[in-house]
Write a protein that binds this ligand. Structure first.
Ligand SMILES: [Zn+2]
Length: 418
């Protein structure tokens, strides 16, 4: 077979990887399939060769398993990856070990950079000078940054009018993406993106593009490399559109098939109680997905009622004996505060996964003698208002604009209990 192809996850129809295509003719999702026996003829030699390459960027280091078809000179990188794997077992002594893989320490402060290095590089390879996505948050920031880093590439971002905060706008505007407010909601923007990309040579970089998944596989692969290929019992990850858990599963599956790892971890996908279509589907044995009207949550990046990558995600969950859980707003914000207090700044979407790990531990699903890795998806700085609001009545109340003190020593001593 060719080194890489597109294959439909439903009808198995195959397409040339060089074709600009986002969905199968039958309408279902595509995925990228590589013949890894070509790119990695000897898995043991490949594994050994990695140790001499830690100075290289993550995408290039793992490219033979991530996306071997991408020509080397087409790579557009901002030195994403090599994110820290924090061991917080001493602070949270509920497991044999618990480590946090902080994807918020990527160039645009979210895990989306891992997929965009693949997506934008592939657009560069295909000669597309315009790339587009509909988004209000991390996806547009990442796409805009990588488009800016590419020669002769323009990023276009469609945003639903009136649902955009300055924080969310700042990155895509400053990276130079043409940012257009549309008088509709997110789905309306998404429909326009699809219509436009069918008609014009503008490359679509929303999560239905299967190439992005290939870049995101690096998160799990790099984690295992950091663990010297010792596979933990669990990977715990937040779930919104379900692309990230699909990528994690696909990457680990491919490593296992190559014999790079000798066991499979279990996967736990975590949602919020108000946006939990995958959790409901898990409870009914994945018999069907009932789309929800997702309720507002502090974890706004995963406020999604009809996940695009649902079918891919349940395939991985079944393969990895996975579970799905949902957590409350209080649980996720309390755990965000606890992780922040360790000096590790995380977003509310990431803390959904942390809170989920604790809930699964309490319910006896994740046991005390097990090794756990939690994937954190973005940095706390993307959600600064959330933190200020959470702490406004706490010990830090004097930081609040409405709780200041007059400038004299006595008052300061009194606040400091001196
Ligand atoms: Zn198909």
């Amino acid at each position: 077979m060719a080194l890489s192809i597109f294959k439909c996850i439903y009808c198995n129809k195959e397409y040339d990887i060089q074709e600009i295509r986002y969905r199968c003719e039958c309408g279902d999702l595509l995925e990228v399939i590589h013949d890894l026996s070509q790119s990695i003829p000897n898995p043991n030699d490949w594994k050994k060769s990695l140790d001499g390459q830690m100075a290289d960027i993550a995408f290039r280091r793992y490219q033979a398993v991530l996306f071997p078809s991408l020509p080397e000179d087409k790579l557009i990188t901002l030195f994403e990856g090599d994110t820290p794997l924090y061991d917080v077992t001493h602070s949270i002594p509920r497991f044999k070990s618990i480590k946090l893989k902080h994807e918020g320490l990527n160039p645009t402060l979210s895990f989306k950079d891992r997929g965009m290095v693949a997506g934008v590089s592939w657009a560069n390879h295909l000669g597309c000078e315009n790339v587009i996505c509909a988004s209000t948050g991390d996806t547009s920031a990442a796409m805009a940054a990588y488009a800016a880093a590419a020669p002769n590439m323009k990023g276009i971002v469609l945003l639903p009018k009136g649902k955009i905060s300055p924080e969310q706008l700042a990155q895509s505007i400053s990276f130079g993406a043409l940012t257009i407010g549309i008088e509709t909601d997110f789905d309306g923007c998404m429909n326009l993106v699809q219509e436009l990309t069918q008609k014009h040579k503008i490359y679509l970089l929303n999560s239905m593009n299967p190439v992005r998944i290939e870049g995101q596989k690096a998160i799990g692969i790099e984690t295992l490399h950091q663990l010297n290929w010792q596979v933990p019992d669990w990977f715990v990850i937040p779930v919104g559109n379900a692309g990230n858990i699909s990528a994690l599963g696909k990457g680990l599956r491919e490593l296992y098939e190559l014999g790079i790892i000798d066991k499979l971890p279990r996967l736990a996908g975590i949602q919020t109680e108000g946006a939990s279509p995958l959790f409901e589907s898990f409870k009914n044995g994945y018999t069907k997905l009932v789309p929800q009207k997702a309720k507002p949550t502090k974890a706004s990046a995963i406020q999604i009622g009809d996940p695009v990558s649902y079918k891919k995600a349940i395939r991985e969950l079944k393969h990895f004996d996975g579970v799905v859980e949902a957590v409350s707003e209080k649980e996720l914000m309390d755990w965000k505060a606890q992780i922040d207090r360790l000096g590790i700044s995380i977003c509310p979407n990431s803390s959904v996964a942390v809170a989920g790990a604790m809930k699964l531990n309490r319910d006896g699903v994740i046991k005390e003698n097990e090794d756990v890795v939690v994937i954190l998806t973005a940095h706390g700085s993307k959600f600064s208002n959330t933190s200020v609001e959470y702490h406004k009545n706490s010990v830090n109340q004097f930081a609040n604009q409405t709780h200041t003190i007059p400038p004299n020593l006595k008052n300061l001593e009194s606040v400091l209990n001196l």
